[in-house]
Design a protein around this ligand. Structure first.
Ligand code: NAD
Length: 259
């Protein structure tokens, strides 16, 4: 399938995990990509992987922090200046933060997580929506989480931010549908990315693989997800095939949200 021939897609958190897997999927479907990540070295490496997968891919790579509003405005402007429009936006950069019971959860940690996962997603939407409203079309996918739908525990900042992403998605979706712009979210469960490995190591220490097996045992499908299993859904939601899907949140979790 070449659903993204001549389409421009901006992706944040593009240098690892779900963002990188989505960039690879879209590059192979003909997209022109603006890839953003605060990790410049990983971004460089990701460009190499994208060119290996799709030799003709056009890439604009920008090292930036989504928690910095001016930087966000800057990379949105740069994308429009380089490619002329933004067809799709995968608003995905996020961090998990330290796990702690709520009574021990530090306010600094809370603000740090919310600054990236919620403020970052909000300002990303704000500036991309300005461009999409001018164009009169576009699609946005925000990355929420199972932790934005149900309680997971020990993740006050993460839970607040991801529930917030669900709210931002529904709010903007009902606002902008009339302008030909769709806004949806994905809510991944445990997908094997560096972030999840980090979380397992934080909980399990040397025995982190045992914690991984515990995650697997509580999942209805008895396994973790793979990054490409999220990428396929994001690509679908950004494509014209999802033309009547708006303001919704799609769990990608093997059924865990409904257990
Ligand atoms: P990851 O750590 O593998 O990748 C995240 C990328 O985002 C990294 O390259 C990192 O450098 C970048 N990033 C982090 N903060 C940034 C910032 N302030 N500015 C710019 N870039 C920044 O993690 P992942 O698992 O691919 O997570 C991607 C998104 O998916 C996150 O929003 C995360 O909360 C969400 N998510 C992941 C899972 C999972 O199981 N992996 C589950 C639910 C939700």
């Amino acid at each position: 399938m070449m659903r993204f021939q001549d389409k421009v897609v901006l992706i944040t958190g593009a240098a690892s995990g779900l963002g990188r897997a989505t960039a690879l999927q879209l590059a192979q479907e003909g997209a022109k990509l603006a890839i953003v990540d605060r990790n410049g070295a990983a971004l460089e490496e990701t460009q190499g992987a994208l060119r290996a997968a799709a030799p003709n891919v056009e890439i604009l790579a920008i090292a930036a922090d989504v928690a910095d509003e001016q930087a966000v405005r800057g990379f949105v402007d740069q994308t429009v200046a380089r490619f002329g429009a933004i067809d799709g936006f995968f608003n995905n950069a996020g961090i998990e933060g330290k796990q702690n019971p709520t009574e021990d959860y530090g306010i600094d940690e809370f603000h740090k997580v919310v600054a990236v996962n919620l403020d970052g997603v909000f300002v990303g939407m704000k500036y991309v929506l300005q461009a999409m409203h001018r164009q009169g079309y576009g699609a946005i996918v925000n990355t929420a989480s199972v932790g934005g739908i149900r309680g997971v525990g020990n993740q006050a900042g993460y839970a607040a931010s991801k529930h917030g992403v669900v709210g931002l998605t529904r709010n903007a979706g009902v606002e902008y549908g009339q302008f030909g712009i769709r806004i949806n979210a994905v809510a991944p469960g445990a997908i094997m990315t560096p972030m999840v490995e980090g979380a397992l190591r934080q909980i399990g220490g040397d025995d982190w693989e045992a914690v991984g097996r515990e995650y697997v045992s509580v999942n209805p499908m008895k396994r973790l997800g793979r990054p490409e299993e999220v990428a396929y859904v994001v690509a679908f939601l950004l494509s014209d095939q999802a033309s009547f899907i708006n303001a919704t949140v799609i769990p990608i979790d093997g059924g865990q949200s409904y257990k």
